[in-house]
Design a protein around this ligand. Structure first.
Ligand code: SAM
Length: 187
């Protein structure tokens, strides 16, 4: 989020056909819940286009990047790396430490960019070794989208729900019943 150290989300792998919706939803969830960027493998161009289309319509800033090697991004990340996995430490046990490192332990100039890594197919063991934290959102198998959503909400302590959006074409008017979308500059 603006004025804070960067949070990027890396989707490690993408299986075209099988993963299309999940890969797109990783990006949409990253955007909606406060991350600054999603990094996709370069065979996920359709997901990139969908996330960029939503960002154009409903606002940003939010970047989508395609890379040749996601594991190289993880290995060379200049900051901290969280790998979300059902085998990891419980999020409720490590969230405070992750927040403190990201905030630079109170030193406003020393914040650490954070890379949040999610898998699709089997994740190779070097990702577990490279990560600063292997984090579980429950030690039960579920989904990268659910794990990412809960983790980001814990990381930002709910502040992402009040995020403001820039350069949107449209905005949704919250209402008890019905659906209303108006031009973003309309009161
Ligand atoms: N079978 C794969 C493996 O052994 O690595 C994992 C498949 S799982 C459907 C896809 C991704 O969802 C995982 O790589 C992980 O990022 C995420 N995930 C699933 N359950 C999770 C949990 N309980 N906590 C955190 N992340 C989870």
């Amino acid at each position: 989020m603006q004025g804070e150290p960067e949070v990027a989300v890396c989707r490690l792998a993408h299986r075209p056909g099988r993963d299309d919706r999940m890969t797109t939803h990783v990006g949409l969830t990253a955007r909606a819940l406060g991350a600054d960027r999603v990094i996709y493998p370069d065979n996920a161009d359709q997901s990139r286009r969908t996330v960029e289309d939503i960002t154009g319509r409903f606002g940003g800033p939010f970047e989508v990047e395609l890379v040749e090697s996601t594991s190289r991004i993880v290995r060379n990340w200049d900051g901290s790396v969280v790998h979300l996995t059902m085998y990891g430490e419980r999020v409720q046990d490590v969230e405070e430490e992750i927040r403190a490192v990201r905030a630079g332990d109170g030193d406003a100039d020393a914040g650490d960019p954070l890379l949040v890594v999610v898998g699709s197919e089997k994740v190779s063991f070097d990702i577990y070794e490279t990560a600063d934290w292997n984090v579980a959102v429950t030690n039960q198998p579920h989904s990268e989208v659910a794990g990412l959503a809960v983790f980001l909400d814990r990381l930002f302590d709910g502040r992402e729900l009040d995020r403001e959006w820039a350069d949107a074409e449209s905005r949704v008017v919250p209402m008890e019943t019905g659906k209303r979308v108006v031009p973003a500059d309309e009161e």
